[in-house]
Design a protein around this ligand. Structure first.
Ligand SMILES: [Zn+2]
Length: 672
C-alpha cells in the first residue's frame, strides 16, 4: 500500500472499530466476535505504529473502552483505570522483553505471568478495612457504582484482615458450568443466550436488582493493589501474596518468570489447557515484577508500559481474499476456495478458506480483494464468515463459477435442486485421486494414505480404484520411500481387505448420496445371502428396480435414483470384472447378524478407551452384527465413550442415547 492507501485504510478501520466498540461495550450487543474486532484493532495499531504521523486523538487505539450506561450512579476513579496493549505472537513478546530491558538498561529481567480471565474488570475501595465501594471500569476515569451487586459475590470480603485503606482491582467472572445452566434456562424462557461468561457477568453486575447478581453465582479474583495507606510491596509477586493475606481471592495459577521463554511456556501451557480451569481464559497478562522498575517505565497515554496482554490464538481473524480458486472433489464437485493473505488463526497459519459453493459466494457477495472475517475451529476447514463491505475500495472483482473444469477442461454442470457444480468428466485427475482415496477408506486398507495414493498415481501404477488390487511387489520397491518390509505389509493389508461387507463396498464406491447409513440400509434390505461372488452380485444388483429402492424405509428418492443410475451405467461393468479378477468377495450384512444381540444396533465410538483400540472395538461390534457410524444421531443405539470424548458425547447426552464406558461395553459384547 502507498501512503494515501494506508491513510484511507486507517480511516475506514477507525470508523468500523468504533461502530463495533459502541455495539459491544455500550449496548452489550455482539455483531462480530470479540476476536475479529481485536484483529481489526491490531491491524490499526500496527499501521499507526508504522505511520505515527497518521495517529489522531480520536483513534480507538488512543482510548480505553466503554461509555457509562445511564442507569447507575457514576463515580470518578481515584486511580485511573488503564487498559493493556494486546500482543498475539511470540515475536511480539520478544520485542516487549527487549524494549523493557533496553529502557531499564538491564540484561535480565523477571516478570509475573498471570492468567487473563474473560470477565468483568472491577475496582474495589476499602476504608479502615471495610468494603465501601465497588465500581466498574467504565471509560477508565469514570465508572459505575455497583457496590450492592458486588456485595452479593461471596468471594469479595466485606471486611479485610487488616484495618487498612486500599483500592484494589480484580475480575468478576462466571464459571463455564454456571454459564451453561444459565443459557439452558434462558433458552426455555425464549431469552437471547450469552455468547460468553463475560457478557453474562457484566449483565448481572449491571442489573439494578441485586438478587439477579446473586442468582448468577459470580466469583471474583483480585490481582492488583493500586493504592494503599501503607507501602505497597516491592514486587508483583509479593503483591499477590499480600492481597491473599488481606482476604481477597487470588488466582493461584500465576508464575514468576525469569525470562521471556518461561512466559512463552506458561502461555503455551494455558492456551492448550484453558479448559482445565472453571473460568474462561483469553490470554496471559505479563507484568514486570519489580515495582521500582514499573515506576521507572511509567505509562503511555493508554496504559502501563511495563505490562501487556498476551492473547491466546483467536479462532477468528481478519484478512484479505487474494484470489478465488477451484478444487475438484471425489464426486466431481467444484468447491471454491478463497486464497488468503496468510494469517495466524487458532495457532496455525491459514492460507485458504472454503467458500462452499456458488450460492454461498452470492449470499456473501464475496469478491477478490475483499477484507473478510475467517474462522477456524478445531480441525474444521477454515471458512469465511463475513465480508467487511465498509473496507471496500471499489476495485474488488466478483467471481463466477467456471464453465469448464479447471483440472481437465471438461464442461461443468449445476443440477437443479442442488447447490453444487460438478465436473462432468469422471476421469478427471483430481476427481480420480479423491475417488481412489475414498475407495481405500471403504475397503479399510491400512497404510494407503492420500500421499501414497498420489505417488502411485504419478508413477501410473494406479489409474483407477481397482488397480490397487493388482499392485506388484517389485513395482512398489522401485518407488522412493518403499522398503521391503513396508511393501510386504501393504500387500498383506490389501489382500486382507478383499473380503468385504456389502455395505462397506457400497460406501467405497462413492456413489453420490450414498453414505455409510444408506449403504447399510440398502445392503440389509436387498442382499440376504451370506456370501456373494462379485459377478453374481452385480447381476443381482442390476435387476433391482427403482420402485424397490424407493420402497426401502429410509432411502429417499434422490438416493434411490442415484443408486439406480449408477448400476445401470455400462461403464461400471469393467469395475466388476476387475474386482472379480482380483478375487474380491462380498459378505452379506443381513445374514451374518441373525440372532445376534447386536443385530441392527448402531454404535458410535468416541474418545480413547483404556484397553481397547478403536479398530478392535469396531471389529467386535461388526462381528456381532452391529454397525459403527461416524456421527451421533437419533438412530444411534449406543455411544462408547473413552477418555477425552468430545462433542459426540455431548450430542449423545443431548439426544438421550445410551452411553457405555469400556467396562459396560465389554460386558455387552461378552454376554452374547
Ligand atoms: Zn475435471
Amino acid at each position: 500500500m502507498n501512503k494515501p492507501e494506508i491513510a484511507s485504510r486507517i480511516e475506514k478501520l477507525k470508523k468500523l472499530i468504533n461502530h463495533h466498540r459502541y455495539q459491544y461495550h455500550v449496548l452489550n450487543k455482539l455483531e462480530i466476535s470479540e476476536a475479529a474486532l481485536d484483529s481489526l484493532k491490531h491491524e490499526l495499531f500496527v499501521l499507526e505504529q508504522e505511520n505515527p504521523e497518521l495517529i489522531t486523538p480520536d483513534s480507538p487505539t488512543q482510548r480505553v473502552a466503554g461509555k457509562v450506561l445511564p442507569k447507575f450512579e457514576k463515580v470518578p476513579h481515584e486511580v485511573p483505570q488503564w487498559s493493556l496493549n494486546d500482543i498475539f505472537h511470540a515475536s511480539e513478546l520478544a520485542d516487549f522483553d527487549a524494549r523493557m530491558k533496553k529502557m531499564l538498561g538491564v540484561d535480565s529481567l523477571d516478570y509475573v505471568a498471570e492468567q487473563k480471565i474473560d470477565g468483568l474488570h472491577i475496582v474495589l475501595t476499602y476504608k479502615k478495612g471495610l468494603f465501601v465501594m465497588g465500581a466498574t471500569r467504565g471509560d477508565g476515569s469514570v465508572g459505575e457504582n455497583v457496590t450492592e451487586n458486588l456485595k452479593t459475590i461471596e468471594s469479595i470480603p466485606l471486611k479485610l484482615e487488616r484495618e487498612v485503606d486500599v483500592i484494589v482491582e480484580g475480575e468478576v467472572w462466571m464459571s463455564s458450568h454456571v454459564l451453561g445452566e444459565l443459557n439452558v434456562e434462558r433458552q426455555k424462557n425464549n431469552e437471547p443466550l450469552f455468547a460468553n461468561p463475560r457478557n453474562a457477568a457484566a449483565g448481572a453486575i449491571r442489573q439494578l436488582d441485586s438478587s439477579v447478581a446473586r442468582s448468577r453465582k459470580l466469583d471474583c479474583f483480585v490481582y492488583d493493589l493500586s493504592r494503599a495507606d501503607f507501602p505497597i510491596p516491592e514486587t508483583q509477586e509479593a503483591e499477590l501474596k499480600l492481597l491473599g493475606e488481606l482476604g481477597f481471592k487470588v488466582n493461584t495459577h500465576f508464575k514468576k518468570c525469569d525470562n521471556a521463554d518461561e512466559i512463552l511456556a506458561f502461555w503455551k501451557h494455558w492456551s492448550v489447557h484453558k479448559k482445565d480451569v472453571p473460568f474462561w481464559l483469553d490470554g496471559v497478562v505479563v507484568k514486570v515484577n519489580r515495582r521500582d522498575y514499573q515506576e521507572q517505565l511509567g505509562y503511555t497515554g493508554k496504559g502501563p508500559r511495563w505490562s501487556v496482554a498476551f492473547k491466546f490464538p483467536a479462532e477468528e481473524t481478519t484478512t484479505i481474499v487474494e484470489n478465488i480458486e477451484i478444487s475438484v472433489g471425489r464426486l466431481g464437485t467444484l468447491t471454491p476456495l478463497a486464497v488468503l493473505n496468510p494469517v495466524s488463526v487458532a495457532g496455525t497459519t491459514v492460507t485458504h478458506a472454503t467458500l462452499h459453493n456458488e450460492d454461498r459466494i452470492r449470499e456473501l457477495d464475496i469478491r477478490i480483494g475483499d477484507s473478510v472475517i475467517i474462522r477456524k475451529a478445531g480441525d474444521i476447514i477454515p471458512e469465511v464468515v463475513s465480508v467487511l463491505y465498509d473496507l471496500r475500495k471499489g476495485d474488488e472483482k466478483p467471481f463466477h463459477m467456471p464453465k469448464n473444469c479447471p483440472i481437465c477442461g471438461s464442461v461443468t454442470l449445476r443440477k437443479e435442486r442442488e447447490s453444487a457444480t460438478y465436473c462432468t468428466n469422471s476421469a478427471c485427475y483430481a476427481q480420480e485421486k479423491e475417488k481412489i482415496g475414498h475407495f481405500v477408506v471403504g475397503f479399510d486398507i491400512v497404510g494407503l494414505g492420500p500421499g501414497i495414493i498420489e505417488r502411485l498415481m504419478d508413477a501410473k501404477l494406479v489409474n483407477r480404484p481397482t488397480d490397487i488390487f493388482f499392485l506388484k511387489k517389485d513395482e512398489l520397491l522401485g518407488l522412493e520411500g518403499f522398503g521391503e518390509k513396508s511393501v510386504e505389509k501393504l500387500l498383506k493389508n490389501i489382500e486382507a481387505s478383499k473380503k468385504i461387507r456389502i455395505s462397506k463396498f457400497l460406501f467405497a464406491l462413492g456413489i453420490r448420496h450414498i453414505g455409510e447409513e444408506s449403504a447399510l440400509l440398502l445392503s440389509k434390505n436387498l442382499f440376504k445371502e451370506k456370501m456373494y461372488s462379485v459377478l453374481d452380485w452385480y447381476v443381482a444388483v442390476k435387476k433391482i428396480s427403482l420402485e424397490e429402492l424407493k420402497n426401502i424405509h429410509g432411502i429417499g428418492e434422490i438416493s434411490g435414483e442415484s443408486f439406480f443410475d449408477y448400476f445401470q451405467s455400462e461403464t461400471v461393468s469393467q469395475l466388476f470384472e476387475d474386482l472379480n479378477r482380483a478375487g474380491v468377495e462380498f459378505m452379506g450384512d443381513a445374514s451374518q447378524i441373525k440372532g445376534s444381540k447386536l443385530e441392527g444396533k448402531t454404535f458410535v465410538l468416541t474418545g480413547t478407551l483404556p484397553n481397547l483400540s478403536r479398530e478392535e472395538a469396531k471389529r467386535k461390534i461388526e462381528e456381532l452384527g452391529g454397525h459403527v457410524s461416524g456421527s451421533v444421531s437419533k438412530n444411534t443405539d449406543y455411544v462408547v465413550a473413552g477418555e477425552e470424548a468430545g462433542s459426540k458425547l455431548e450430542k449423545a447426552k443431548e439426544l438421550g442415547v445410551k452411553i457405555l464406558g469400556e467396562g459396560e461395553f465389554k460386558k455387552l459384547i461378552t454376554n452374547q
